[in-house]
Write a protein that binds this ligand. Structure first.
Ligand code: 4AD
Ligand code: MG
Length: 461
């Protein structure tokens, strides 16, 4: 009895001329009196393997009745296929139905909208598009780790439950074991000192603050984990749970930060072209016609850098009409970001040195006293994909900033300590992993690049 091999290997010709065993799910079936053809997919690659079954098989009638979606095991000889469009096929000696599927299986042959497929998120990984998306996602995640491993960055697991709101935007989900109907009160307020952590805790919005502590010991570190934001924005680019990659480097300034971000982004573009060719060809043909050329261009280009002030000037001079106002001191909206990267630059651009009022407390104050050493990387179609900065390493300046924006220093005594002893200029950034996958695949909704999206009012599966 041959051991099972994956369809990817069979389609590469492994076992050609010999008996092999494959297992997978039926994508399509065409059955006639003389022969039945089953297209089988096991998730290992985009293409299906064609199974040819003939009436001499004892259970031929049963094979002809197999439904789309059924799980089957096939033993047979791998041969060169006479048909066009595939190199190899398997001539079945035995077809065993492992798990049947009837006509009520929702993923029958016809094309479905992404919206419909979201309503069957438990089944959509078995479709062509989502098979490709999640293979790319997995491969790119591994490339992320490889990139940092090759450069000596320490991988640190920062906590998911935390008592500090890194971005200070008040978007933390609460973590509590208090009875919501009757929480303990102290002077009319909920008494969190009696909660599980004896403090108001939540799900992390970023691993940065803890990452900074590790950078002050290991020099170069990164985190790659889930982050949570109770942002009530129902957009194609926001999720309540998303994954973020956050490197942090000691002895580094904003320009070193931008250089790392560029090298990283280009590395991942190159990776997806080299390692995910078949899936990328699908996206290029069916999802986003110019995708491969665009990713190729980004992989080979050096990124532009533009001061926030110049960005505002360019936007003010733009002939297009924006929905949101443009003015020095206001944050850039997606429409502005896309205009800058798509129309002005025609490629990725770092916008740097934003007004302090629209950025987080930890960013390093520039000498002009108005702007901070922030950088956002903007890319076509997505807008902001990376947010980063040089950090304020001067204790008194940091304390001043915290007071200015109303961040309570008591809860962050440990963060301030990192500026007390052996403080270094340091910098880092956060890359939203889903936005990266959107950019690399051409998928336009964040809900379609994360297995089970969490967005306002949606956490069913
Ligand atoms: O710009 P953000 O908020 O930066 C930080 O969290 C910093 N602590 C990062 C750092 O310097 N270490 O978020 C970083 C990136 C964004 O550029 C975006 O790609 C992604 O995270 N992001 C989201 N992705 C999906 N859904 C959301 N709600 C997101 N919010 C941010
Ligand atoms: Mg940001």
């Amino acid at each position: 009895m041959s051991a099972r091999i994956r369809i990817r290997s069979a389609l590469a010709g492994e076992g050609l001329g010999n008996e092999i065993m494959i297992k997978g799910w039926v994508r399509t079936i065409r059955a006639g009196k003389e022969v039945a053809f089953l297209a089988l997919n096991d998730g290992s690659c985009f293409a299906n393997l064609q199974v040819v079954a003939e009436p001499r098989l004892a259970n031929f009638a049963d094979i002809c009745a197999i439904g789309t979606g059924a799980a089957v095991a096939v033993r047979g000889i791998l041969v060169e296929s006479p048909a066009s469009g595939q190199r190899y096929e398997i001539h079945a000696e035995e077809v065993e139905v492992i798990g049947a599927a009837d006509e009520s299986y929702p993923l029958q042959k016809k094309r479905h909208t992404f919206e419909y497929l979201r309503s069957i998120a438990h089944l959509r990984p078995r479709s062509n598009t989502f098979g490709a998306v999640f293979r790319v996602r997995s491969s790119v995640a591994q490339a992320v780790h490889r990139f940092f491993a090759e450069r000596g960055f320490l991988y640190v697991h920062t906590p998911i439950i935390t008592t500090s709101d890194c971005e200070g935007a008040g978007e933390m989900f609460r973590v509590t074991t208090l009875d919501p109907a009757a929480p303990p009160l102290l002077e009319g307020e909920v008494d969190f000192s009696r909660d599980f952590f004896a403090a108001q805790a939540g799900l992390t919005v970023s691993g940065q603050l803890e990452g900074e502590l590790f950078a002050q010991a290991f020099s170069d570190i990164y985190t790659f984990g889930p982050t949570f934001r109770a942002e009530n924005s129902n957009t194609p680019r926001h999720a309540a749970e998303f994954w973020m990659i956050e490197p942090e480097m000691a002895f580094a300034d904003l320009m070193a930060d931008a250089a790392l971000a560029e090298e990283f982004f280009r590395y991942l573009c190159r990776h997806v072209l080299d390692a995910c060719g078949e899936d990328m060809a699908f996206f290029n043909d069916h999802i986003d016609k110019g995708l491969i050329a665009r990713v190729e261009q980004v992989a080979n280009s050096s990124f532009a850098i533009m001061e926030y002030g110049e960005a505002i000037e360019r936007l003010t001079k733009a002939t297009v009409k924006f929905e949101y106002p443009v003015e020095w001191g206001l944050d850039l909206q997606t429409e502005h970001e896309r205009y800058l990267t798509e129309q002005v630059v025609g490629g990725p651009v770092f916008v740097i040195n934003y007004p302090k009022y629209i950025k987080a407390f930890y960013m390093r104050m520039n000498d002009d006293d108005k702007t901070v050493a922030a950088m956002d990387l903007l890319v076509p179609k997505v807008g902001e994909i990376i947010g980063g900065s040089q950090r304020e390493e001067r204790l008194h300046v940091l304390e001043g900033r915290m007071a200015e924006v109303g961040v309570n220093p008591e809860g962050l005594w440990w963060y301030l300590d990192s500026r007390r002893w052996g403080s270094t200029p340091h910098a880092g950034f956060g890359l939203g992993f889903e936005r990266l996958i959107m950019n690399l695949t051409g998928m336009e909704n964040i809900r379609d690049v994360i297995p089970f999206p969490r967005t306002p009012r949606h956490a069913e599966f």
